[in-house]
Structures are given as C-alpha cells and as structure tokens.
Design a protein around this ligand. Structure first.
Ligand code: UD1
Ligand code: CA
Length: 425
C-alpha cells in the first residue's frame, strides 16, 4: 500500500521567541529539526508534503535544496493543525493509500519506530491510528482520553482540559496514520470551538468514532522519542538526548569516547573502529571519520569532513568541508577549510587555510599533496596547491602554488643586534 507523509511546519513557534528563524529550521548539531523528521520518513514514503506558512520562503528553500520527493504546501493564515492538514486535500483528491502525519518540531522519533507504527496500523485494520506515550510530566501535551472499556474517546489539549483530564499521563505524540480515503472528509468538518479558536487535528479521533471508523492508539515505550520542541529550553534538552543516543551508538560500535558529558557528535557522522574522541570535541553535520584516528581534545568538525584512517586532529583544530587522507596530522590550533590533504602530511601548529575572500565573498580550495610538511604559523592563501613532498618554512604566507619537493618560505631575514639590550639599559 502506498504511503505518503504530511509534515506540519507552518506554525510560528511563538514560544521559541525567534525573530529570524522559523521553529522547524532551528538546529540540533548542524541539522534542522525539519531535516530530522524528513530524513526519518524519506526511505519508506513515496512523497512528502511539507505544510509551510510562517517564514514560508525559508522553509520552502530548505525543502527544495535538500529533498527531491517533497512538495511544500502553503497554509496562510495558520488556523491550527487540522487546518494545516486540510491544505493538502487538493493534492490527494484521488489518493487511496496511507497518510502518515508528523510534526516538524519532533526530531527525535526514529525511522524504526515509524515503520513499526505503520505496521501496527495495518495489522490492526485501523482507519486512524494515533501515537501516544506516557509522560510523568504531561504538561503542554494533548491528553489521550479513554472510555471505560479503555478504547479511545478523544484527545483534549492542555488549554481545554479539566483538572481530571490534566491528571492523565498518556499524551498525544502528534503522529498519526490515516486511511486517507476514509478520513479525508474530516478536514472539511473539524470545528474551532475550543480555547485557542483553532482547527485541531486531534479532533479526528472523536470525528472517526462518530463515523464508526476503527480508531486506535499505538503506545510508544520510549517516550524520549516524541519529545516536542516548543522553546529554547526544549531545544537544549532534545540536543542532549540526541547526543547521548548518538554517543551510545558510537561506543557500541567500538569508538572510545573519553568523556561523553563534554562530547557532541551529530547523528550523520560515521566513525571507524578504535578511533578515540577526546573531551570537549564538537562534531556537527555530515562527516566520515576513519579507523584509529585521534580527534581532540577540543576539536571542532563543522560538516562535510572526510577523514581517513590513522589521522590525528589535535586540540583546538577546526575543520570544515575537507578531505584528509590517511596518516596525516593536524596537531594543534589550526583551521582547515575547503581543503584536500594527502597522506603523511604534517601541519604545524597554528596553520590557517585562508579560504574566504571577504570582498568577493568567494571561498577557494587549498590542496596539499602527499608528504607535504607545513611549518608552524603558516597562512595558506587559497586557491593554492602545494605539490607532493614540498616543505613550507614556519611563519610563511603562501600565495602561489609550490612545486613538488621544494622548500618555500616567506620570511624577513633574522637580524641579531649584539648587546642591544645592555646598551639600552
Ligand atoms: C500538538 C498537538 C498535541 C500534541 C503535541 C505533540 C494539536 C492541536 N495539538 O500540540 O495534542 O500533544 O502537538 O508535540 O494538534 N502547525 C502548522 N499550522 C498551524 C499550527 C501548527 O503547521 O496552523 C505545525 C507547527 O509548525 C508544529 C506542529 O504543527 O510543527 C504542532 O504545532 P504546535 O503549535 O507545536 O502544537 P502543540 O501545542 O505542540
Ligand atoms: Ca509542538
């Protein structure tokens, strides 16, 4: 059966208190919240519809640049989550398959969980399935209200809940699976007579029951996964949860993380066995790190970094969009950006690839071939290539390509003025 996804990403995210960034484009370790959600469904749905509204241009741009099988649909004005889904109805007039609905602000849910959720929907012959979980502190989430026989009754939002309903700990994850043909009519029939004056998607539960549809809940055991982000506080908590999950995975695969409390590694980084990550290292975005590497302490990998085996990136080394071949050392206090480093290269302390021209705003590449040795405190002004085996003297500013096996240095001659100090005294 065909599955399509609808991801709600039009809301203002008032509680984030951001003027410049829509909520779903806030980031966790170099990846947007919406990016996490879209990545988690892209492998098992045929098409994704992203409902955009607040800062629609930016969200649209993000979707267009990063995802092929995704379409954005404008919701303006934003009258609630149910109204948001109704925007997609014209796109799915004759569709006869499943629709899975997710929120763009819930990045921790895993692909396996979503697949199990859809399986549950199918094996239960369900028409509407909602994902729920149990929270010790359910504040701010919609509560799952059940009948006496434990079947689903409805979902009540915090702002509409009675004190008894507020005491319920089973909450709505904001993830739904719908048999589209049977449920699509709901979206013309939802009402907005609630505390927020919005069309709530949550009302499809009671609507479905009224239509005698098969409505069920899938209770997720690991409640961390549906942690929603509504504020900066939530963002910090989610970042920590995501990081802990990633670090556990790397350690299980044979990577030493010396201090998990001070180490941050993104989900989209691949790390080879026996690599050691030293404390206070921050690795964001997509990266590949080989086997037997030593990274940090205090290294910063900013994404697009590919590091082969036996490489050392030492303390206070920042690397972005670069490839570093095996057995190369970047020991201390260096910046390597938009670069390609060969094997057995040694980079002296304090070396900088000057990749950015502040006037043209262009970025250029630095290429260092195999066996190149760069003296400390060198500036490599890109675009520049240092051919195989060449050496650069310490303190140089390199503005031209250097031929293989040459020594290059830009250095004013050393003057020694004998007894200068004693004469001054
Ligand atoms: C929503 C659910 C709540 C659930 C919680 C889970 C409703 C009414 N409430 O509450 O039951 O426990 O998620 O995290 O559905 N959005 C739009 N258009 C709109 C309004 C919202 O696209 O008009 C998007 C937002 O961008 C967001 C998502 O829908 O990604 C959820 O909206 P949000 O305001 O965060 O809902 P919650 O109050 O968290
Ligand atoms: Ca939310």
């Amino acid at each position: 059966m065909d599955i399509k996804a609808v991801i709600l990403a039009a809301g203002k995210g008032t509680r984030m208190k951001s003027e410049t960034t829509p909520k779903v484009l806030h980031q966790i370790m170099g990846k947007t919240l919406l990016g996490y959600v879209m990545d988690n469904v892209k492998n098992f749905v045929s098409e994704q519809f992203i409902i955009v509204g607040h800062h629609a241009d930016e969200v649209e741009q993000f979707v267009k640049c990063n995802y092929q099988n995704a379409k954005t649909v404008l919701q303006s004005p934003q009258l609630g989550t149910g109204h948001a889904v109704s925007m997609v109805c014209p796109e799915l007039v004759n569709y006869d398959g499943l629709v899975i609905i997710l929120c763009g602000d819930t990045p921790l849910v895993r692909e396996e969980t979503l697949k199990a959720f859809v399986e549950f929907h199918k094996t239960n012959n369900s028409d509407i399935t909602v994902m729920s979980t149990i929270f010790d502190n359910p504040t701010n989430y919609g509560r799952i209200i059940r009948e006496e026989d434990n079947s689903l009754k409805c979902i009540v939002e915090e702002k509409d809940a009675t004190p008894e309903q507020k005491a319920v700990k089973e909450v709505n994850a904001g993830i739904y699976c719908l048999d589209w043909k049977k449920v699509k009519d709901a979206f013309g029939q939802l009402k907005s007579n609630n505390a927020q004056g919005e069309y709530y998607l949550t009302d499809i539960i009671s609507w479905g029951k009224g239509q005698n549809l098969n409505v069920s809940a899938y209770i997720l055991q690991n409640s961390d996964e549906i942690y929603g982000i509504n504020s900066r506080q939530n963002l910090a908590v989610a970042t920590k949860m995501m990081n802990r999950r990633n670090l556990e995975k790397y350690m299980a695969e044979g990577v030493t993380i010396v201090d998990p409390d001070s180490t941050w590694i993104s989900e989209d980084t691949i790390i080879g066995q026996d690599t050691i990550i030293y404390p206070s290292t921050y690795i964001e975005g997509k990266n590949i790190i080989g086997k037997n590497c030593k990274i940090g302490p205090c290294a910063h990998l900013r994404g697009g970094v590919e590091v082969c085996d036996n490489v050392k990136l030492g303390n206070f080394v920042e690397v972005k969009k670069s490839k570093i071949s095996s057995n190369t050392n970047v020991g201390h206090l260096s910046y390597i950006g938009d670069s390609e480093l060969g094997s057995h290269v040694n980079i002296g302390a304090g070396t900088i690839t000057a990749n950015y021209n502040a006037i043209t705003k262009e970025k250029s590449r630095t290429v260092l071939k195999d066996d190149v040795k760069i003296g400390s405190n060198t500036v490599l002004v890109a675009p520049v290539t240092v051919e195989e085996g060449a050496n650069i003297g310490a303190g140089s500013v390199i503005t031209k390509d250097i031929p293989a096996w040459a020594l290059a240095l830009t250095r004013s001659p050393l003057k020694i003025l004998s007894d200068w100090v004693s004469r001054k005294k």
